[in-house]
Design a protein. Structure first.
Length: 259
């Protein structure tokens, strides 16, 4: 049986993944603001450092995989926090875990992206470059200039584009892929979790409700966890830097002509 780190393990899809791993007999080190093995605030540099120290203390130099599900949805006025959690909460934790993942044969990493990466218009490439350079001040200022209505969705989509691009980069790099680590991204569409509930009840509700989903239903945490379990299994030995979109058909509807 293996040992896995799961961030965002207290709710929604992270919780469903942690439950499924434990059901299979694996050891899970859950990381969340409350209710995980490691209690941490991934929205600050000091919170991420403390989380990493605690995680490393619980491990004995190796780990079989990691699932990075902690995340925040679009919210006006929280642009910087969204980026800190959705991007740095993934990159910094994974960079600290890299040697321990490399110590395992074919370790698996699954990062939670989003289909908002392809469904959100007007995210400038320059913004993504700034995020990937770690220039969060300039990136946040750029996002806020888009005005109060758009800044939340753009902060969210840009954080997910940046974390997806980073994952695809390391998933094909010598240091990660070359060291035997598989890094892949799951890109869900709307999945009925507390995060989506907040969006449906919030100020931007009309836009969220009008999001086109060809199959006309929301996903469940358990459905997404099943895909993640597959991506943690030997079925993913031949997969790295890949984005698996599970979204009820939205991406195909909006981008079908691209392929
Ligand atoms: P959720 O809100 O049910 O769970 C997210 C978890 O992340 C929570 O337990 C929360 O406490 C934790 N978290 C948030 N901020 C944190 C912080 N500063 N420090 C530590 N932990 C923190 O959300 P859900 O829906 O399960 O989301 C999981 C991932 O999937 C997220 O990355 C989200 O962006 C992504 N996603 C969700 C979609 C949806 O429709 N639910 C669609 C596409 C992507």
């Amino acid at each position: 049986m293996g040992t896995y780190v799961v961030t965002g393990s207290a709710s929604g899809m992270g919780k469903s993944v942690a439950d499924a791993l434990r059901e299979q007999g694996h050891t899970v080190i859950g990381v969340d603001r409350d209710g995980g093995e490691v209690t941490a605030d991934l929205s600050t540099a000091s919170g991420r450092r403390a989380a990493i120290t605690e995680i490393l203390d619980l491990l004995d130099g190796r780990i079989d995989g990691a699932v990075l599900a902690a995340g925040l949805g679009p919210a006006r006025g929280r642009e910087r926090t969204i980026i800190e959690v959705n991007l740095l909460g993934v990159v910094e934790v994974l960079e600290a875990l890299r040697p321990l993942l490399a110590a395992t044969d074919k370790a698996k990493v699954v990062v939670f992206g989003s289909n908002s990466t392809t469904a959100t218009p007007f995210v400038p490439p320059r913004l993504i470059r700034r995020l990937l350079r770690g220039d969060l001040d300039a990136a946040t200022a750029m996002i806020r200039r888009r005005g109060p209505r758009l800044s939340g969705p753009i902060a969210y989509a840009s954080s997910k584009i940046a974390v997806t691009r980073w994952s695809r980069m390391v998933g094909t790099s010598a240091d990660w892929a070359g060291a035997g680590i598989r890094v892949n991204v799951i890109a869900p569409g709307p999945v009925m979790t507390p995060l989506l509930r907040t969006q449906l009840d919030g100020a931007n509700s009309a836009n969220v409700r009008s999001f086109p989903i060809p199959i006309r239903e929301y996903g469940t945490s358990e459905q997404l966890a099943s895909w993640v379990m597959q991506m943690l299994s030997p079925a993913a030995d031949f997969m790295s830097g890949t984005v698996i979109t599970v979204d009820g058909g939205t991406e195909a509807l909006l981008r079908g002509a691209d392929w």
